[in-house]
Design a protein around this ligand. Structure first.
Ligand SMILES: [Zn+2]
Length: 370
């Protein structure tokens, strides 16, 4: 079995179900409740070969030891030795990791979605800005405080503009500029990864009217899907509104193995564009994604009545291109960026499939008012 995606040693250790592994390898063992949680009592010690049930391992962490030879184990070390490898033989660890990965995949583990689509843009087309994290690995505190760790900033190709201008040519042929100072630059790509435009998100909190700034002279964001380039052949997507909602969705989906196949995308507004000549709109892009294998879209906009009714309209459109549309309800007055990952996941699990009768129920009664 081949593994798409990488897994590091920590995640391998954390996610691998040791009980599953004992069963899979048909190794004699008993599971019982010990002082510190469930423990596995193994018949054979891979170190000394004693076969009198003297090895005890914590079922979660794999930490434990043999009471005959006193050898200490952790999950991977036990597996490594049980496979007949020497812990000092560095080469054979590769085999153990591959073996453990294979088990993870059997368990239903999936890697976090990483940058899979080669995106292209010339930084010259952006306001003067630096990539995040920086070359020496630093990230903005503003992002870190919101859970947008370096790995995520990199996934979304975020940049930071300390002070920079975007030059454009106006309709009369004159040159003008917009300042993107103190903004996180969020590049926007088409489904195939070509750079189309960008947004600048203010991080000072002092800009009240233009939290998100859009560059003049580039195509409007309304025809694209934020992170649409990552959908590829995914079966499920979850759709937030703005950039920071999409980042929060990614964080939440990555946090649970069963949700790692769900690709977060953004609509840029509580509306899906459709009906443009030549199909240069969001619905046409969903049609393309459907052809590539997308089956289901869960809309997760703000927890408020107007947004919910807008989501119903969007869901109706998604159904026109044969997608299953679901609507997730967040707590009243909140968007994905304002709640914990747990709350996002719960809303996702409890999302309601769109139907006309459900739509009418919601029209008649605001579910955010109790
Ligand atoms: Zn032993």
């Amino acid at each position: 079995m081949t593994m798409a995606g990488r897994v590091d040693k920590d995640e391998l250790t954390e996610q691998l179900d040791l009980e599953y592994w004992f069963d899979r390898e048909s190794l004699a063992h008993k599971v019982s409740r010990g002082a510190s949680g469930m423990q596995i009592n193994a018949k054979d010690c891979p170190k000394c070969g004693d076969a009198r049930w003297r090895v005890y391992l914590n079922a979660d962490t794999g930490l434990g030891n043999c009471f005959v030879c006193n050898e200490g184990f952790n999950k991977l070390k036990f597996i490594h030795m049980a496979l007949g490898h020497d812990p000092d033989d560095r080469k054979s660890w590769r085999l153990t990791f591959d073996h453990a990965k294979e088990c993870l995949v059997e368990q239903g583990w999936r890697p976090k979605q990483r940058v899979e689509v080669a995106v292209e843009y010339e930084t010259a087309t952006l306001p003067d800005s630096m990539e995040l994290p920086t070359k020496d690995g630093r990230n903005l505190k503003y992002l870190e405080d919101r859970g947008i760790i370096g790995e995520l900033a990199k996934f979304f190709h975020l940049r930071f503009c300390i002070s920079g201008k975007w030059w454009f040519t106006n309709e009369e042929g004159g040159r003008g500029f917009q300042k993107f100072d103190q903004r996180v630059i969020i590049p926007i790509y088409d489904l195939d990864g070509t750079f189309k435009t960008f947004q600048g998100r203010d991080i000072t909190g002092l800009v009240l009217d233009k939290k998100y700034l859009f560059p003049k002279g580039l195509p409007g964001t309304g025809r694209y899907l934020l992170n649409g380039q990552s959908v590829q052949r995914a079966r499920r997507a979850v759709m937030g509104e703005g950039g920071f909602d999409v980042f929060a969705l990614k964080l939440a989906m990555d946090g649970e193995v069963a949700l790692r196949d769900v690709v977060p995308i953004g609509s840029f507004g509580k509306h899906l564009s459709f009906g443009s000549a030549g199909g240069d709109d969001q619905l046409s892009r969903f049609r393309t994604l459907k052809k590539q294998g997308l089956e289901e879209v869960t809309i997760m906009w703000d927890g408020e009545w107007k947004a919910l009714l807008a989501a119903c309209e969007a869901a109706k459109l998604l159904r026109q291109v044969d997608l299953v549309a679901k609507i997730a309800l967040l707590p009243a007055g909140r968007d994905p960026n304002e709640v914990t990952a747990d709350v996002v996941r719960r809303a996702f699990w409890e999302a309601v499939p769109y139907s006309q009768s459900q739509h009418i129920k919601w029209m008649l009664k605001d579910p955010f008012k109790s």
